[in-house]
Design a protein around this ligand. Structure first.
Ligand code: TYM
Length: 340
C-alpha cells in the first residue's frame, strides 16, 4: 500500500518555499494515503544549533504542519530523535551506500563550503540518514521541493543496492524478492522551487541573511505586503503567455508563487494579469498571500504558546511511528544476519 513520508528540518525561519514546496502538499496527500510527517532534528544538528533555539523550532515546525492543515490524529506527526529506528537504520545503510555516491551530493558541497575538512561527519552522511528516514517505514512516496531531488535519487540507489546485496537472504528468510520499495519523489507544480525575492537565481532559503529575501510563515500582513512590494522585478509588464517569462526569473517566480497560492496554473495567472502593470499584480499577490498565510501564522503562534500540547502530539506520533518502523528494523537485522 502507498505510504507517504517527508521531513522538515527545525532550523528556524520556515518560509513560503517550505510551505509551497512541501507542507501544502502534505495537507493534500493526507486524504488519500497513510502519511508520516517528521521534524528532522537529527538532521538539524549536522550544523551547530543553539540548544534552546532547537527545542523551540522543533515545536514550531510541528505547529506549522498542524496550522497548515495536517490532522495529527489522521496522520503521524513526530520528531525524528524520538524514534530510534532512524539512527539505527542509518548505520546499516551507511554500510550499503558508497563514498563515491556521497561525494557527488551537491548540497553537501554547498553547505560545507570551502572549508570542507572542517564540516561535520554528520553533514557528509546526511543523505544516508535521509534514506533511513524514508526506508524505515518502507515509504513509497516522498513529497519534497526540487532541491531534494538528488537526495531522493540516492535513497533509491541505496534501497536498490541493499535489495541486491542481500537478495539471497531476503528471499531465504521469506521477505519476497525485494525488501525496500523504490521511494518515488513527488516534486511538482508551479512552486517546486521558490526563489529568493531579492535574487531570482537563488532559492528562497532559511539561511539567507536577508529577511527581505523570503516570506516567513510567521510574518504578519504588513511584513508580507512590504516584502512583496519590494520584491525585485524587471521593468517590463507581465507577458500574456508563459513563453514571455523566459529570461525573467524574478517575474516567473512571482507568477509561480501566485499560481501555487491560488491553486491555479501559471497560464491562468498570465491570462488574468498579462499586459497589466506589475504593481497591480503585486497587490493581488499580497492579497492572496495574506489570505493564505495569515491564518497559518496566527495558528502557529497560538499552538507554540502551549508547548505541552505539542509535546503530547509528538509523543503520540513517535509511538505510532515506532510501531511501524520496529518490525522493519527487526527484519533488516534478520536479513543482514544479526543475532536477535
Ligand atoms: P528542508 O528542511 O530544507 O526543507 C523542507 C522542505 O521544503 C522544501 N523547500 C523548498 N521547496 C520549494 N522552494 C524552496 N525554495 C524550498 N526550500 C525548501 C524542501 O525541498 C523540503 O521538501 N533534507 C530535507 C529534510 C528531510 C527529508 C527527509 C525530506 C530529512 N529527511 C526524508 C524528505 C524525506 C531538508 O533539508 O528539507
Amino acid at each position: 500500500p502507498p505510504r507517504v513520508f517527508s521531513g522538515v528540518q527545525p532550523t528556524g525561519n520556515l518560509h513560503l518555499g517550505n510551505y509551497l514546496g512541501a507542507i501544502q502538499k502534505f495537507v493534500a496527500l493526507q486524504h488519500q494515503h497513510e502519511c508520516l510527517y517528521c521534524v528532522v532534528d537529527l538532521h538539524a544538528i549536522t550544523v551547530a544549533q543553539d540548544p534552546n533555539e532547537l527545542t523551540r523550532t522543533i515545536r514550531e515546525v510541528a505547529a506549522a504542519f498542524i496550522a497548515a492543515g495536517v490532522d495529527p490524529k489522521k496522520n503521524i506527526i513526530f520528531n525524528q530523535s524520538q524514534v530510534s529506528a532512524h539512527a539505527e537504520l542509518a548505520w546499516i545503510l551507511g554500510c550499503t551506500a558508497r563514498i563515491g555516491w556521497l561525494n557527488r551530493m551537491t548540497q553537501f558541497k554547498e553547505k560545507a563550503g570551502k572549508d570542507r575538512e572542517n564540516a561535520s561527519v554528520g553533514l557528509y552522511t546526511y543523505p544516508v540518514l535521509m534514506a533511513a528516514d524514508i526506508l524505515a517505514y518502507r515509504a513509497t512516496h516522498v513529497p519534497v521541493g526540487e532541491d531534494q531531488k538528488q537526495h531522493l535519487e540516492l535513497a533509491r540507489d541505496i534501497a536498490q543496492k541493499f535489495n541486491n546485496d542481500f537478495s539471497a537472504s531476503i528471499s531465504a528468510k521469506g521477505y519476497g524478492d525485494a525488501f525496500f520499495p523504490q521511494p518515488e519523489p513527488l516534486i511538482q507544480g508551479a512552486a517546486a522551487r521558490v526563489m529568493s525575492l531579492r535574487d531570482g537565481s537563488k532559492k528562497m532559503s532559511k539561511s539567507d541573511p536577508s529577511d527581505q529575501s523570503r516570506i516567513n510563515l510567521t510574518d504578519d500582513a504588513d511584513a508580507i505586503a512590504s516584502k512583496v512590494r519590494k520584491a525585485k522585478t524587471d521593468p517590463e509588464p507581465l507577458p500574456s503567455e508563459s513563453a514571455g517569462l523566459e529570461g525573467r526569473p524574478e517575474a516567473a517566480n512571482l507568477v509561480g508563487i501566485y499560481a501555487a497560492l491560488a491553486g491555479t496554473e501559471q497560464d491562468a495567472v498570465l491570462k488574468q494579469f498579462g499586459g497589466g502593470q506589475f504593481s497591480a499584480f503585486k497587490n493581488a499577490l499580497v492579497d492572496v498571500a495574506v489570505a493564505k498565510l495569515g491564518p497559518i501564522g496566527a495558528e502557529m503562534k497560538r499552538l507554540v504558546s502551549d508547548p505541552a500540547s505539542i509535546d503530547a502530539i509528538l509523543k503520540d506520533g513517535a509511538e505510532r511511528a515506532h510501531a511501524i518502523a520496529a518490525p522493519n528494523i527487526a527484519a533488516v537485522k534478520d536479513i543482514v544476519g544479526f543475532v536477535r
